[in-house]
Design a binder for this molecule. Structure first.
Ligand code: ADP
Length: 550
């Protein structure tokens, strides 16, 4: 029997209309280094109308891709809303990719127009001649005349272009399955791959972000959105904020711990989102220059595993709870969130909080072993995580219809490449990325467990662990450590500090003391680079005695 309900498509245009009328007083504001540029959601809606008219005037039609090459700021949020609402496809370009990767993704997505922040022209200008589908560039927050355009490309100043437009735009009704926005994976483990989110997936995902056991975003929040809008759509926060009326605080290009804390002192956000490395930096800055940050009722952290020592420091020193979440570009990205069950004891609550969390009601998860069998959710059995749901990718974008990495999809499930275990009540604990697990003498060592343990040492700022080839054991762990300023622990002492938490054969014998852990374009530890440095003999390695047996 068919339902009797209306078949109204889910649409980001509906979300925008809601925000600009019913949440008209909520704001998006951008830090300028000394103060805020503010815009209400009411004004944002009018600017979105003007931008949609401008893009239409430049020949952008439904399903055409419009790139953004921007920091998190007001103009980026206008583009985020105008482009999908007019039926076109937003493509937030990751400004930190290598030039070849940027050229690859912009050409692969066939971006027709790119909106660029003026401060990024020195990065964008040299790319432009290689961007084969781009016909128009719109320069926001800067001097458009500074951009030299190749033949066939027109450059427009954002403010002038928008000032000449009507704010009225009749946003079309589009099929909810059509693409609204696309993001490319940041290429941590390979070539960037395109994920095209639909209106349907974006609206459903935003609802999940707003639920109490999702990210619990609401109109009572001021959200410091440090996670870049090009990294998995800033974890879905922008659309969710428009949906619930949460105000957004955008850091623009001021992403170092010092300016972030200055902005916090003025704006007192209630909520913030960023990868662990940002919070490690903020914590360091706070110990050098104390500041009350207890206005933060919650900090959502994901993208890589949150070191428990970081979570503890935020709890104990700053009374700010970190909420751990797991996701991927391919999962929109919210997959699981670590809210402890209501009846958990304090001790249980801690182990739930440091896990990758529980899947939302619309996301199904299973674990698959090396033979392709589903393993039980018993909190012990390990397997590769596969997920399925209305905001999980079912394929990668392919301009010519030829499947891109079809092996990542398995019977309608997405293979995540993450290895972990799941409890009977659905809490995920990731052990590692399958490519990062260290295979020593037929057994596994979790690089993440070792990293977390080394990083809990008071002398250590950061630590990344890779597997290096070993004639007896196949692979053995190498720890690349960054010591805190003035600290003097050596390899022996650091290894000794691990001995109560790991079996003898798991204790690493290769240690390299480095100045900084290399980071990917989205701020994760870049183990590819450490592996390459090691292979090229560029790391100075302290060698301790290895295991005699397993
Ligand atoms: P990329 O794959 O290029 O790094 P993504 O941001 O999409 O870009 O990365 C998703 C991956 O990040 C996941 O598959 C997982 O390995 C890792 N990840 C995300 N969140 C967490 C988390 N909370 N704990 C551990 N790993 C995480």
């Amino acid at each position: 029997m068919l339902s009797t309900m209306q078949d109204e498509p889910l649409s980001l245009a509906t979300v925008l209309r809601h925000a600009m009328t019913q949440k008209a007083d909520s704001e998006v504001s951008t830090w300028t280094g000394s103060g805020m540029r503010r815009m209400t959601f009411g004004e944002l809606g009018l600017q979105a109308g003007r931008l949609a008219n401008a893009l239409r005037g430049l020949g952008v039609g439904q399903t055409d891709r419009v790139g953004t090459f921007m920091w998190n700021n007001n103009e980026h949020l206008v583009a985020y809303n105008a482009i999908p609402a007019m039926g076109s496809v937003l493509h937030a370009l990751n400004i930190r990719l290598f030039p070849e990767q940027l050229t690859f993704v912009a050409n692969h997505a066939e971006d027709k127009v790119v909106i660029v922040d003026g401060s990024l022209l020195p990065l964008f200008g040299p790319l432009l001649p290689g961007l084969t589908s781009v016909k128009h560039v719109i320069v926001a927050n800067g001097d458009a005349s500074a951009l030299e355009a190749p033949a066939g490309v027109e450059v427009h100043p954002y403010d002038e272009l928008l000032a000449a437009q009507s704010e009225e735009f009749d946003f079309p009704v589009v099929d909810e399955r059509m693409a609204a926005a696309m993001c490319y994976t940041s290429g941590t483990t390979g070539e960037p791959k395109g994920v095209a989110y639909s209106h349907r997936s974006s609206v459903l995902h935003s609802m999940q972000v707003c639920t109490a056991d999702g990210m619990s975003l609401s109109q009572r929040d001021d959200v410091l959105t440090i996670v870049p809008m090009f990294h998995a759509n800033a974890w879905g926060i922008p659309y969710a904020a428009l949906m619930c009326g949460a105000s957004l605080l955008m850091p623009d290009r001021f992403l170092q711990p010092e300016p972030v804390l200055e902005m916090m002192a003025v704006e007192k956000p209630t909520f913030a989102a960023a990868v662990p490395t940002i919070w490690t930096g903020v914590l360091g800055q706070l110990s050098a220059k104390p500041q009350d940050i207890s206005h933060l009722r919650q900090v959502i952290v994901g993208g890589s595993a949150v070191p428990p020592a970081l979570m503890k420091a935020f709890d104990e020193q700053h009374h700010v709870p970190i909420l751990h979440a797991w996701g991927m570009t391919e999962t929109s990205p919210l997959g699981s969130v670590a809210h402890p069950p209501a009846k958990a004891t304090d001790e249980e609550a801690w182990s739930y909080r440091i896990s990758q969390g529980q899947f939302g009601p619309a996301v199904q998860a299973r674990l698959i072993d090396d033979d392709g069998n589903v393993v039980p959710k018993d909190g012990k059995s390990l397997g590769e995580l596969e997920v399925k749901g209305p905001w999980i990718a079912g394929s990668y974008y392919s301009p010519d219809g030829r499947p891109v990495e079809p092996e990542k999809f398995h019977d309608g499930w997405l293979r995540t490449g993450d290895v972990g275990k799941i409890t009977a009540n659905g809490f995920l604990t990731l052990v590692d990325r399958s490519k990062d697990v260290i295979k020593s003498g037929g057994e596994w060592i979790s690089s993440v467990d070792l990293e977390n343990a080394v990083m809990s040492h008071p002398d250590v700022l950061e630590a990344a662990v890779i597997g290096v080839p070993d004639p007896s054991w196949d692979e053995r762990p190498l720890v690349a450590v960054v010591l805190k300023e003035g600290a003097s622990s050596d390899a022996e002492a650091l290894r000794a500090s691990l001995s109560d938490r790991f079996a003898k054969w798991q204790l690493p014998e290769h240690w390299a003391f480095i100045a900084e852990v290399p980071k990917t374009s989205v701020g994760k530890f870049d183990k590819k680079v450490i592996r390459a440095q090691h292979a090229a003999g560029e790391l100075e390695v302290v060698e301790l005695e290895g295991p005699r047996s397993h």
